[in-house]
Design a protein around this ligand. Structure first.
Ligand SMILES: [Zn+2]
Length: 295
């Protein structure tokens, strides 16, 4: 005990930390619909999970819409079947764990609401796009909603492996998600990096609030080069940054331009002074093995 209680020898080299190299993937035959409610749509039957595990996969992911899995305070009807979906998610997590796999949820939150919703809740409205407008994440009540929703989901499904966020492009979510935050009276005066890092921080805080072991991967998909570095620097250290290794590389002759996004994974996006979050779920691994959730 005395030896173990003493400091290590000065010349003792620390063991290298294992890199965070998750190998998780999407179902090859997932269908649109509500698989957590409808067993007929199960994208991960037991045999498939076993095959994935046998091939070295460590996890699977599926998309989640937060108001379908956690109470939506301004319109409870949207979350009326949340408990059923949580039960479905628990069953999936348990089945996956039996194969040694984790379940990750892809989040693109908070989802924009119809203008009819905002007519009844004008204090939540941010950027308008078509017939929807954002739930402005600079509003404290929206911040609390994100944090509390994640916390309650983590409590209800404590063995979740984690969450992957896309916070720019894809669905209209935060006010800078489509690079038009100037249209929000609150977010216009904040940088896209501050708003987007804050969304990830709120989700991370919800995980911590529940004291859950779930991890958070923030994907920089859609982040503009002129503020991505600032956003990365604002992420909490325990948030894992995922990038696409071929960002900003010139297209190669003879390849379709899209190939550089989807197939080449061996160089990192050049960025100044990239900080070092807990891990880097770089495209060198994850993009190769994951289907893009936004497509
Ligand atoms: Zn806003």
């Amino acid at each position: 005990m005395a030896e173990l209680s003493s400091a290590p020898p000065l010349d003792a080299a620390p063991l290298p930390k294992p890199p965070f190299e998750p190998r998780f993937c999407y179902s090859y035959f997932a269908l649109y619909g509500d698989p957590l409610l409808d067993p007929e749509l199960d994208p991960y039957p037991d045999g498939y999970l076993a095959r994935l595990a046998a091939s070295g996969v460590e996890g699977v992911w599926l998309q989640a819409v937060l108001y379908q899995l956690a109470p939506f305070p301004w319109d409870p009807a949207r979350s009326a079947r949340a408990e059923e979906r949580r039960a479905g998610l628990r069953r999936l997590v348990q089945r996956a764990r039996q194969q040694g796999l984790g379940v990750w949820l892809y989040l693109n939150e908070p989802r924009a609401m119809p203008l009819s919703f905002h007519a009844a809740h004008p204090g939540l409205r941010g950027v308008t796009e078509g017939d929807h407008a954002t739930l402005c994440t600079s509003v404290p009540a929206v911040q609390a909603y994100l944090r509390e929703s994640i916390a309650s989901l983590c409590r209800a499904v404590p063995d979740l492996a984690g969450f992957v966020t896309i916070t720019a492009s894809e669905n209209l979510t935060n006010c800078w998600s489509h690079h038009a935050g100037k249209g929000c009276p609150r977010c216009a005066g904040r940088s896209p990096a501050a708003v987007i890092a804050e969304v990830n921080t709120l989700i991370r805080d919800g995980i911590r609030q529940a004291n859950a072991s779930a991890r958070l991967i923030a994907w920089d998909w859609g982040w503009a080069d002129d503020w991505a570095s600032e956003a990365i620097g604002l992420l909490p250290q325990d948030v894992i940054l995922q990038s696409v290794s071929e960002w900003s590389l010139p297209p190669q002759p003879g390849r379709h331009p899209d190939h550089r996004r989807r197939i080449l994974h061996f160089q990192h996006r050049p960025r100044p002074a990239r900080p070092t979050p807990l891990g880097l779920g770089a495209g060198t691994r994850s993009s190769r093995q994951c289907q893009d959730p936004g497509r």
